[in-house]
Design a protein around this ligand. Structure first.
Ligand SMILES: O=C(O)C(=O)C[C@]1(C(=O)O)C=C[C@@H](O)C=C1
Length: 323
């Protein structure tokens, strides 16, 4: 293995939640963290082996799937054919409403209703529904490339203009961009958590032997040491929509190989309206008898699907089972 530091790509600018997830998940290594302006650039960096890993959000416990990530995993134009998932990381996400420094020294009680525009990443709106409905009903919302980008925009506002902005981002972003938090913990649920996928290039020798392990396991704690983690696998496929039972047949294959289905997502195929790419996640507790279960299931799936792709297997950071 080369002595060069590991390079980890994430959605920037610095102080995004992706930055936090990348820093925490690679805390035990002396990895270099590289911000990218969009998820696609982080995927491309891994495909081109400019980065060893990318840390990409895929799902939030309050607001569901990150569709931008599913679309990149769908890889309809074969741009990221060597990119696979090798790990996951769960980050508790606390949002703040950030405003230009000094604009409301009295915090939320001193707010005069004059914010005309809110900025954040599209995923964050649905995580703060209740707070936004209570204080910012009808205020224009502008999607930006990340929560940290929103904080940066607010930090650069010219004071004294009619346009006043607010950004939804982390306390870390407030400190990094030098803006104030009008209110903290504005997420609908205190347990608001985003799951990040760790991606690597399967052709890269440098990362082949490394197994990703979350340093601060959310529910397992010490018990994890005495238990065998389950493994998760992500597969995408498309089927012949006109054939009755095509989807049922594909799903039955997972059962036949002892793979437990844990989630199903879809995205439009973009070949024909109302036809889909299916994303199936399944899990198994590794043992001698099921070592080849994923391989065999994929072989069988190829027989009943139009296209099928193995998107990787990794250690489940939540589920533990007794050996
Ligand atoms: O905008 C950011 O800070 C990100 O890292 C992206 C992202 C996401 O897409 O889910 C990450 C965590 C939060 O759920 C909100 C936004």
């Amino acid at each position: 293995m080369s002595l060069q530091k590991l390079k980890v790509a994430f959605l920037g600018p610095l102080a995004s939640f992706s930055h936090q997830a990348a820093a925490e998940s690679f805390a035990k290594t002396s990895a270099e963290l590289h911000p990218h302006v969009c998820f696609a650039d982080a995927f491309a960096a891994v495909q081109q082996q400019e980065a060893d890993y990318a840390v990409i959000p895929c799902e939030n416990s309050t607001n569901g799937s990150v569709v931008q990530t599913l679309d990149l995993l769908a890889d309809r134009s074969d741009l990221y054919k060597d990119v696979k998932v090798c790990g996951e990381y769960y980050l508790t996400v606390h949002h703040c409403l950030l405003v230009h420094k000094g604009s409301y020294p009295g915090g939320l009680p001193s707010y005069d209703g004059k914010i005309t525009k809110l900025y954040t990443h599209p995923q964050a709106w649905g995580q703060c529904d209740k707070f936004l409905a209570k204080y910012f009903k009808g205020v224009e919302r502008q999607d930006v490339s990340s929560t940290s980008k929103g904080a940066e925009i607010v930090s650069k506002e010219e004071p004294g203009t009619d346009e006043r902005g607010g950004a939804i981002a982390s306390r870390f972003a407030a400190e990094y961009h030098g803006v104030d938090a009008l209110e903290e913990n504005i997420e609908d649920r205190a347990d608001n958590t985003t799951r990040f996928l760790i991606l690597r290039n399967i052709l890269a020798d440098r990362t082949a032997g490394l197994e990703f392990e979350q340093p601060n396991v959310p529910n397992g704690g010490d018990a994890q040491l005495h238990h065998e983690a389950t493994h998760k696998t992500l597969v995408s496929f498309s089927i012949d929509h006109s054939s009755p039972g095509a989807l049922a047949n594909a799903l039955l294959i997972f059962k036949a190989h002892g793979l437990n289905l844990t989630s199903i997502n879809t995205r439009p195929s973009l070949k024909r309206a109302w036809q889909y790419i299916f994303f199936v996640e399944c899990s198994r507790t590794p043992c001698a008898e099921n070592n080849d279960a994923v391989l065999n299931a994929l072989n069988d799936l190829r027989g009943v699907t139009e296209s099928c792709r193995d998107l990787g297997t990794w250690k489940d950071q939540l589920g533990v089972s007794i050996i």
